[in-house]
Design a protein around this ligand. Sequence first.
Ligand code: FAD
Length: 434
Amino acid sequence: MIAIIGAGPAGLSAAAAATRRGEEVIIIDSSSQLGGQYWRHLPSARNDSHSLHYDFSKAQKLFDELLSQPLLTRYSNSQVWQAEKCGDQFHLYILRNGVEEKVVADKVILATGAYDRTIPFPGWTFPGVMTPGAAQAMLKGHGVLVGKKVVIAGTGPFILPVATGLAESGAEIVGLFEFNNPFRWIFNLHGLLLNPSRIAEAFYYLKKLQKHRVKIEFGKKVESATRSSAVVDGTEIECDVIAVGWGFAPDVTLAGILGAQLGVDSDGTVIVKVDRRQETNILGLFAAGEATGIGGSTLSMIEGRIAGGGRGGLSRWRAQVFANGLKKVYPVPSILTKNLPEETIICRCEEVTRGQICTSIDELGAQSARTAKLFTRAGMGLCQGRVCGRNVSEIVADHLVQKVSDSERIAGGQRPLAAPISLGELGDGLAKKF
Ligand SMILES: Cc1cc2nc3c(=O)[nH]c(=O)nc-3n(C[C@H](O)[C@H](O)[C@H](O)COP(=O)(O)OP(=O)(O)OC[C@H]3O[C@@H](n4cnc5c(N)ncnc54)[C@H](O)[C@@H]3O)c2cc1C
């Protein structure tokens, strides 16, 4: 039996490929519905081209095939919080609708996706400051507009669909700021020529934004926020929501727990290392989609198909070339964490400031992000450093006039638990064998 963790584009494509080959599959996802981040639309919005901004039919076809597939078992609202390899099998510990269960599988495909990358700035902890992913998730997944006047900033192509979605749904985009220069697309001409549909996609968003009179301003970022405004390039912009994102960070937690080899991608993110068949260095453990490197939904689907036993072919190569090029077009410079005021909170869970991290170096002798964490508790809270880990490493390295080493980046991606679980839930667990 194959267990697939994650029901986004990668996990669903893996499930389709494996069941078509006659394999028994269980797909486990913490969300209540299929689709992951990309296809998280409410069922009522799936056929509404006005709110959708693209064709949902490809996803719907996949959903329909899988939901009528007798070889597929679906666990939704199910969080894999721990995993281990016992002999030839994998034991997955799952919190399913608040009850702990165990699933045993011969092969596991990790399709755990990614989450928004955040970089702190003064005021980023105020209500109304969020990531573009959060603003989009509220709209797609709940039909909720996060605010009337919205500033969107950061870097990457993702800010375009977010701005378009919010504008089409009635928000006033009072500022759209892309940190990088558009001429950097010269670094991905090859990727564009191999993937012309991406040019059409970009024009679609630009046209929609023009219709709403939204202009993209390049080379600018949100410098600080108050409860009702964003400061950009010294100018205060009145708004009720500020959505700032710096690309995505792959979710490698379960791969790390299972002992799979992790690596550092060209954009500095920690990724799961896989071979051409998407298998990790652990026999029977595969990974696909954003967990193996940020590459977008098309590449995620192709990788999922390969992990499920299908073929990739030239389409994989084309999507990979585009993804590699995107990292050159939208770099995130480490300067963004330099020169932040001392009182800026870096770790929100434990409320640790930049000043406290620097003091742990100057006065307590911390020599790495790990020792700074031990002295300050930065990264020891509920999110286990998912949000702040990389920023803490950058700040510590900058203060010590060093570079963040790959081993330190990888160590930052290692967590003992994939999700918090209470002792009560653990004690009541059924440990049911699937
Ligand atoms: C917030 C956000 C919004 C995005 N929106 C867009 C967009 O509009 N357009 C676009 O082109 N790209 C978007 N992306 C990029 C997007 O992630 C990919 O292009 C695509 O969805 C990746 O597919 P995937 O299958 O690898 O991962 P995902 O789609 O992220 O799916 C991963 C799934 O795994 C589940 N999961 C993770 N860990 C566990 C666990 N331990 N137990 C159980 N389930 C688990 C998650 O709940 C999730 O459903 C977005 C990314 C993020 C983070």
